[in-house]
Ligand binder design. Structure first.
Ligand SMILES: *Cc1c(COP(=O)(O)O)cnc(C)c1O
Length: 229
């Protein structure tokens, strides 16, 4: 069982390296995030033991049940939140996650800034506060969270210049019934326009396309852990 997970990890890593090479990009230009949502600690541990350190979860409550013990037991783990975040869970999310990829609205940005200010007031040394990706609703889908491309420049300005959040990149989840490539290309163009160097895009079915278009973080669940229930 442990070897099974390690085999999948090495398979994905090889496919990543090949895709990056084909795109003329450095082998270290992108990070694989293992998306472990719905998977028990017993399924995650073999990947950690195989040396993997970068993970993602989509729910604060579930992450709170799984990750504090894992982080205490293993050095250097980095945890990303890739699911929607309610403001009433923001404080808990800040304590659990190193990176929050779903900054998607003004109310949440203001809540994060307030938490950061409160932490700075209490802290004596440097404060440890998450880095952020802004989630972009690249297809302007009404039911999907994320900032519309047309509102992105203003929202980015609010988060950074006004609120002082550490925004490092953009994230998207393309519409399910469309080719992902044009959405990845749009995200890359939007990031370049804002001077952002990190792009979280690409999942089990399309991470090679994402890597060819500049992804720095790919989010892979089922191809590593198998299907979710
Ligand atoms: C579940 C999830 C993934 C992983 O999807 P797979 O198709 O299982 O690789 C990636 N990103 C987000 C935001 C997710 O919720």
């Amino acid at each position: 069982m442990p070897n099974h997970a390690a085999d999948k990890l090495s398979d994905i890593t090889q496919r990543m390296t090949a895709a990056l090479q084909l795109a003329g990009r450095d082998a270290a230009a992108a990070q694989l995030l293992a998306i472990s949502k719905t998977k028990p600690v017993a399924a995650i541990t073999p990947l950690i033991e195989a040396g993997h350190r970068h993970f993602g979860e989509n729910r604060v409550q579930e992450a709170a049940e799984k990750w504090p013990a894992l982080k205490a037991a293993h050095e250097g783990l980095e945890l990303h939140l890739v699911g929607p975040l309610q403001t009433n869970k923001a404080k808990e999310a800040v304590a659990l996650f190193d990176v929050i990829q779903t900054l998607d609205r003004e109310k949440l940005a203001r809540k994060m800034a307030a938490l950061k200010d409160a932490q700075a007031e209490e802290a004596t040394g440097d404060i440890l506060f998450p880095r952020f990706f802004i989630q972009v609703n690249s297809g302007d889908e009404p039911q999907k969270s994320g900032v519309s491309p047309s509102e992105l420049t203003a929202f980015h300005g609010l988060c950074t210049a006004e609120l002082g959040l550490n925004v490092v990149g953009l994230m998207c989840l393309p519409p399910q019934d469309e080719a992902a490539g044009p959405h990845f290309a749009l995200l890359a163009k939007l990031a370049a326009g804002l001077g952002l160097s990190q792009l979280s895009m690409g999942m089990s079915g399309d991470f090679e396309t994402a890597l060819s278009l500049g992804a720095t973080h790919i989010r892979v669940g089922t191809a590593l852990f198998g299907a979710r229930d």
